[in-house]
Design a protein around this ligand. Sequence first.
Ligand code: F6P
Length: 528
Amino acid sequence: MAWTKERLESIARTRLGAAKLIVVSNREPYIHRKTPGGGVECIRPAGGLTTALDPVMQACGGVWVAHGSGNADRQTADQYGQIGVPPGDPSYLLRRVWLTPEDEAGYYYGFSNGSLWPLCHQVYCRPSFSPEHWEAYQRVNEQFASVVLEEAGSGPAVVFVQDYHFALLPSLLKAARPDLVVAQFWHIPWPNPETFRVCPWASEILRGMLGNDLLSFHTQHHCNNFLETVDRTLECRLDREHFGVTSGGRHCQVRPHPISVDPELSTTYLGDDWEQRATALRERHGLGDRPVLVGVDRVDYTKGIPERLAAVNRLLVRHPEWKGRFHFVQVGAPSRTDLSEYRDLNTRIAELTDTINQEHGTPDWKPIVFLNEHHGPEQVTLLYRMAAGCVVSCLHDGMNLVAKEFVASRSDEAGVLVLSQFTGASRELTDAVLVNPFDVNELADGMLSALTMPAEEQRRRMRKMRKQVEDNNIYRWAGMLLSDVAKLVDEPDPESEPELEEMSSFNEMSGMIASATAMSLLQLMGAS
Ligand code: F6P
C-alpha cells in the first residue's frame, strides 16, 4: 500500500489520539523578509529539513516551533509569535521564537555550526569550542523548552525535536513534563566515539539526547556510532540487541529512519510551462542547446563544491573534445555567512569558477555558471528537469535530499545522478553513478558518464531509483517514526495495517486498535 499524505493523516490521527504534535527546529519553514520596494515576501529556506517536514506538518497539523529569523517575521506574526502556514492555505501553526543577536551568534553560528557541525561531519574542518557559545547553546535550548511547554499546555503532547541545535532540549522537556512523548531526529551524521569525545561537553550533550523516548538517525551506522559513543562516555546500560540505552531509570530507543521527499511535489513545482521557462533560462545564461550538468547546494564545506569544479577542469583537460559542448551549472545558496569558513568558501568557489572559465572558455562559451543566490523550489526543480545529470559530491552527508529531489523530478526517466558514496542517499540510490568525491579522476569520469550514458541505460537506472523514492517517500518516513513512537508500547506496524478503504469492513478491529492506541499513549505519557 502506497504511502500518501492522506494515509499519514490517518495514521497520525490513530497514533496520536488526543495528543498534540509539536515539531521543534531551528530553521523555520516560511521566512518573511522585507523587499527593497518596501513590501514583504515569504521565502522557503534552502536545506533538507524544512523541505522534508513541511509536507508532514501539512498532513498531520499541529504546531511548529522555530527561530523567527526573517526581518519581517515579527510584523507578520501575532503577539505570541504565531502565524498559520502555508500562507494562503494554512494547515498548521508556526510559532516563532525570538533570539537576541548575541544568542543567535553563540547558539547557532557558534556552538551548532562552529562546534557540532564540523564535529559530526568528517570533512577535516576543525571544530572550535568556546565556553561562551556553549552557554548560549544551553540558554537557547532552555528558551525553546519553555516555549514548547507553553504550547503543550497541560494536555498530552508528542514533541518531535529536529537536529543538532537541540541536543539538550529532550532532557529539559522530560525533567519538566515526564509524561510528554519526546522523539528526536538527528539530520546529520554521528561520528565515531574517538571523534566525538574531543567535545568538552560530550557527557552533557549525550545526557540531553538520552531524554528522548526515541532518537533517530538516517542510517544504522550512525545509530551504532551513537551507541558506542554513549557506551564509552556515560555510566548506563546498553541494549545492543534492541538498540536502546537505559540511564537514570529512563529508556531511549535508537533507530534509523532514512528521510525522504514528497515526489509528487516536483510536478507541482514544474507546472505546465516548464519548457518555456527552461528556454528562457538557457537564453539568460548562454547555455544554447548544450547538455547541462547541475549541482544544487547551500554553500557549505561538506558539499564538495570545489572538488566538483576541479573535476570539471579535469574532464576538460583529459577530454578536450568536450570543450564548448556542455555546461556545469552550480546553484550555491549563500549559507551561514557570519562564519568565516563559509564566506571564504564562497569566495573560493567564485575564484575557481573564474579560473576554470578563463582556462577553457571562449568568448561564446563558459564551462561553469555559478548562480550564487537562493533559488526557490520551482527554479531548482526546473534545473533538475532540464539537466543531463545532477552531481552530488558531498564529502560527508547524513542523507542529501537533492539526490532524491532530482530523481523525483525525472518523470521522463532520463538524466543521470552522479552521487557521492559518502552520502546516506547512496545506500538507497544504488543505481546512481557512485563516486568518491576526493578522487578527482573518478568524479570527472562520473560526469563524463552522465554526458555519454545511452538513453536506455539512463531509463533503466532512473526507473529503479524513482521506484525507490516513490516507495520510501517522506510520508513513509514520518509514518514509520510515529509508529516507532507508538511501538514503544507494543503498537502494531502501520505497514501491516488494513487499507484505509478497508477500515469500514474492519470496524471491530480498528476500534480495538484505536482504543489500544489511546490507552497506550496515555500509559506512555504516564497519565494512567
Ligand atoms: O540538516 C542539517 C541542517 O542544519 C538542517 O537543519 C537544515 O535543513 C540545513 O542543514 C540548512 O542549514 P541552516 O538551517 O543552518 O541554513
